[in-house]
Design a protein around this ligand. Structure first.
Ligand SMILES: *Cc1c(COP(=O)(O)O)cnc(C)c1O
Length: 388
């Protein structure tokens, strides 16, 4: 197939891709160039939150691209300001910075935390504690922030100032919270690390420790945010209000956006000239994000995400091959007894279902708008494979 051959010839071989050339899609189904259709339980790694080519989202994006596609941040646009207001109103945060990706949102959060500390305490308080097995991105600094040795190779030297604590081990974190620390950054559900849900009591204790020592708590909600777990932010279900929250994946409905949200305590830290992005907050991307926010805040939307998640769990729990199901809402990890996650992924693809893996688990991140019929069709394929 031409698309695949060209890609293999000209693109850097940084990805292990599935042998499918995607061409179009609608809601939870996508169609390949060869005409084969797939139920998609991966939604572009949780980015196509409204599924493929949602009509309202596509209309908003097309209208914006025909009105004004970009201005740079030397100027204001109505759609960027509207998105900022909506995000702050929904979440209770005071201000937002827009970048283009999850890694950029986290870069902003780290810069913000270090400057917050510098402004108050001067130099020497720049350490950020992150959790082992986390994932925060692929830039040099977010790789350094990622507490997994496999990401700390080849590219030396990495930026300094990151210390890794054992997840759900308060004593380990306490031991590492010395007077060089300015922030603790966590994913409340470690996505790439295997859909591991942190203990709420641990997260609350971390938040309290941080507050006592004027250390900023950063929630990396790049994967968990924007309704994925059945609430706008996962932190709402953990009963904490982090000083900073980062968003990306699901926010743009498939367009590249990252957002760093800052609470009242640190919202004024990044002033003129301290941070920036040429494309960040691009009007077309913001129009897509506004459409996503309008949809997910409709009455009953988060409940529907919870219900669909529970339905998937119920169906899968009856399967003997399933060892354990983790996650929240429509972010689901499946630990298998005997099968390999990669084999299940390949068999599902052959049978017309797209899934993801995370470490040794099968991972599901279906579009938040997936229909009951699409869910049932996908689950039937998955069960057939797991029962074979
Ligand atoms: C995907 C992800 C990132 C990185 O986002 P990019 O858009 O790929 O830069 C960071 N943190 C978490 C938790 C993620 O899941």
């Amino acid at each position: 197939m031409k698309t695949i051959e060209l890609s293999e010839q000209y693109l850097m071989k940084t990805y292990g891709r599935q042998p499918i050339a995607m061409s179009k899609g609608s809601r939870g189904v996508c169609i390949a160039e060869d005409g084969k259709t797939y139920i998609d339980f991966g939604s572009g790694i949780g980015t196509n939150s409204l599924g493929y080519c949602d009509a309202d989202w596509a209309d908003a994006v097309c209208a914006q691209v025909r009105a004004i596609q970009h201005t740079s941040n030397y100027y204001y646009t109505a759609v960027q300001s509207q998105l900022a207001q909506q995000l702050c109103t929904i979440t209770g945060y005071s201000r937002v910075f827009f970048g283009n990706s999850g890694a950029e949102a986290n870069e902003c959060a780290i810069k913000l935390a270090r400057k917050y500390s510098f402004d108050r305490y001067g130099q020497g308080r720049g350490t950020v504690i992150t959790l082992k097995n986390g994932f925060h991105g692929r830039t040099m600094t977010t790789l350094a922030a990622t507490g997994q040795d496999v990401f700390h190779n080849y590219f030396f030297p990495f930026p300094e100032g990151f210390v890794y604590a054992e997840a759900n081990d308060l004593a380990d974190l306490q031991a590492k919270l010395d007077d060089t620390v300015c922030a603790v950054m966590v994913e409340m559900i470690q996505g790439e690390g295997g859909v591991n849900v942190l203990d709420a009591s641990y997260v609350q204790a971390v938040a309290q420790l941080c507050a006592e020592k004027d250390i900023l708590l950063i929630a990396d909600e790049v994967q968990t945010g924007v309704g994925r777990t059945g609430s706008f932010l996962a932190s709402q279900q953990f009963g904490v209000t982090p000083d900073i929250t980062t968003l990306a994946k699901g926010l743009g409905g498939g367009l590249p956006i990252g957002a760093c949200l800052a609470g009242a305590k640190c919202a004024e830290v990044l002033g003129s000239g301290t941070h920036g992005s040429t494309f960040g907050g691009n009007p077309v991307v913001c129009a897509g994000a506004v459409a996503v926010l309008n949809r997910v805040t409709e009455p009953g939307f988060f409940e529907s995400v919870q219900e669909k998640g529970e339905y998937i769990r119920e169906v899968l729990e009856s399967c003997p091959e399933v060892e354990e199901i983790s996650g929240m809402g429509l972010m689901i990890g499946i630990r298998l007894k005997n099968m390999q996650a990669a084999d299940v992924l390949a068999a599902a693809r052959e049978a017309g279902l797209l899934v993801l893996t995370a470490k040794d688990k099968v991972r599901l991140l279906p579009p938040l708008t997936i229909s009951k019929e699409e869910l049932d069709a996908g689950l039937e394929i998955l069960l057939q494979i797991l029962n074979s």
